[in-house]
Design a binder for this molecule. Structure first.
Ligand code: FES
Ligand code: FES
Length: 165
């Protein structure tokens, strides 16, 4: 049965009619055209679909669009500043080559931002543990961890270079 869902997505109010069974990831991709949120599995394991709901990371394939009714959703498209300046975590991924094919990158970045927000002084071990729900099929984890550590530093006003040393 169709229902109407209303939420804020990347700072913009949206309201659409969806089938009750519509997953949030499908809503974002198919109805809003926000295809930066990827679908990499059908088992809720890969984390390519991670977005922020009210500031916390969530696998958008694990919830219904209707469950996000009234929420503030941020996708990878909403992370950079309005003038296009990359979020420090995005800049760190670019700087440290925290990607190979890039398919997992949006989810990695969204999870990493939440990890750092929740624990600004996280260790490399915390990063590895915190990204357990994000799979990079290229297995490029070394640079991803480096990028997250640098991004964490940059989010606190430090320089990425300092974090990498
Ligand atoms: S598509 Fe959501 S965890 Fe893989
Ligand atoms: S960079 Fe290819 S899956 Fe992660």
């Amino acid at each position: 049965m169709p229902c109407t869902v209303s939420m804020t997505v990347n700072g913009k109010a949206v309201s659409r009619e969806v089938e009750e069974r519509t997953l949030l990831v499908t809503f974002l991709r198919d109805q809003l055209g926000l295809t930066g949120t990827h679908v990499g599995c059908d088992t809720s394991q890969c984390g390519a679909c991670v977005v922020h709901i009210d500031g916390r990371s969530v696998k958008s394939c694990t919830m219904l669009a209707a469950q996000a009714d009234g929420a503030a959703v941020t996708t990878i498209e909403g992370l950079a500043a309005a003038d296009g300046t990359l979020h420090p975590m995005q800049a760190a991924f670019r700087e440290h080559h925290g990607l190979q094919c890039g398919f997992c990158t949006p989810g990695m970045v969204m999870s990493a931002v939440d990890l750092v927000t929740a624990n600004p002084s996280l260790s490399e071990h915390d990063v590895r543990e915190g990204l357990e729900g994000n799979i990079c099929r290229c297995t490029g984890y070394h640079n991803i961890v480096k990028a997250v550590m640098a991004g964490a530093e940059a989010m606190q006003g430090g320089t990425m270079k300092a974090a990498a040393e």
